[in-house]
Design a protein around this ligand. Sequence first.
Ligand SMILES: Nc1nc2c(ncn2[C@@H]2O[C@H](COP(=O)(O)OP(=O)(O)O)[C@@H](O)[C@H]2O)c(=O)[nH]1
Ligand SMILES: [Mg+2]
Length: 256
Amino acid sequence: MKLLPAQKIKETSDPLRTTPAATTAPPMMPTLAVIIPAYNEHKTLREILDTVRAVPVVTEIVVVDDCSTDGTADLLRAMAREDPALKVVYHDRNQGKGAAIITGLKHAASEVVVIQDADLEYEPNQLTELLAEMQRQNASVVYGSRFRGTLQGMRLPNLLANKILTFLANVLFGARISDEATCYKMFRRSVLLEMPLRARRFDFCPEVTAKVRKRGHRIYEVPISYRARTAAEGKKIRWTDGVDAIWALIKYRFRD
Ligand SMILES: Nc1nc2c(ncn2[C@@H]2O[C@H](COP(=O)(O)OP(=O)(O)O)[C@@H](O)[C@H]2O)c(=O)[nH]1
Ligand SMILES: [Mg+2]
């Protein structure tokens, strides 16, 4: 496939967009699925699920347990019994965050999907603003930017990795964003269905950023607040994942 220079990637609006009705009524909010990859998150799972459930724009929740060993799966089984609307998928072996998201996508049916970590680093009420921005701009892709909002407790190596990834996304794909590696990535589901997704681990983020830009989707951003957890609190990402993510951005510049 011949690639366009990054700056020349043409931005198209969502192909599924509907023509606004000639009335003053506010446009209907699309349905929103929250996909939650969970691996050994027993400590925070109930709180994050309760918080997500309380967000009025959320219409569907899909949790993917990635063969946790800390009781996360049992807790999910109990919660699914309490709430039959909760969708839970169980991997029978640990496959990584990206693989869990891809599984979640297969079970989501809403028009819009967003990723939510199973920890408490991102505050789910902010999803309302991401969805509102998607509607306002008739966007296909909206990211929550920690660098336009507020950041607490991000360690220097993580900060540097985030800056490098964002810089590369801007240079390689003309993304014009401030936070490439944010977990809060919201998409029209059709946009993700139209691309091959190969990620297994933390390479989901660079892969989708690369591929939405190569398909001409503009990435809109909303400022969000973020409080980083520590490894002792359960953070699993490692510096090697940062290197993998940089490599993924470069790789997907040249292949799909
Ligand atoms: N499915 C799955 N999820 C994982 C794995 N490792 C981490 N996660 C989930 O991915 C999310 C992000 O993990 P975290 O360590 O906080 O990394 P960060 O927020 O991306 O810096 C959490 O919800 C984790 O439970 C894994 O091996 N499999
Ligand atoms: Mg996290």
